[in-house]
Design a binder for this molecule. Sequence first.
Ligand SMILES: C[S@@+](CC[C@H](N)C(=O)[O-])C[C@H]1O[C@@H](n2cnc3c(N)ncnc32)[C@H](O)[C@@H]1O
Length: 235
Amino acid sequence: MSANTVLANAKDVDSYAVSHLIAIDKALTDTISNTAKNGAPPIAVSPTQGKFLSLLTRISGAQNVLEIGTLGGYSSIWFARSLKAGGKKGKVTSVEVLEDRRELAMQNLRNAGVKVPEEAEVLLGAGLEVLPRLLAEIEQGKRPKFDFIFIDADWENQWNYFDYGVKLSKGPGSVILIDNAVQKMLEDGIAGQGKRREDAISVVEKVGQDRRVEAVLLQTLGAKQHDGFLMALLV
Ligand SMILES: C[S@@+](CC[C@H](N)C(=O)[O-])C[C@H]1O[C@@H](n2cnc3c(N)ncnc32)[C@H](O)[C@@H]1O
């Protein structure tokens, strides 16, 4: 079977599964169209991935979700709703470097019935500037630690965000998920046919050496291209 057929079949399977497993939700579809109207690229997680994230959040019993990379708030809405559905009193804290995207995300969250900032807050700034501030606030007892961390911003900093994620987490039982881990590996030539970039950092290798976590890489294929999540459990 050619690679094109595999991809076409994967898209077909994804649409079929979405039509049976994920209810049509105007707030979520509006979020996608508002984000496109704002000129932002179509790089939110897919509906299947959004539901997967929301179920994982509930399975893990997470109370406070940290997301790095908000875009228009699509995945933030999935997280906020899953906390509510699980009866959790915590919130989603999402970090976005672009001011117009932060505004858009807050508008989309409100349209989806999520209270901002009580149920979801969107912090403005580069991840590596905001995360140390969050750590200081946690150490000062001003905010709770996180138990679910979703890394979905600039790929160059995946490892830095992961390392911060461990420090910002509640510890054993907390979950860290890195999106686009497979695309980043392929882009850097860490696996696959491409030539390895000399300064490439393999987040898979770094996480594999990290005794604070147990981790796995799960490849995905569906509405989006071949990609995958790196998932780690704090131990
Ligand atoms: C893939 S999108 C996030 C998608 C979102 N999680 C979703 O699924 O709906 C990545 C976002 O990260 C933001 N970003 C890029 N570099 C960043 C940084 N250094 N700090 C924080 N956000 C950043 C981008 O502006 C973009 O909106």
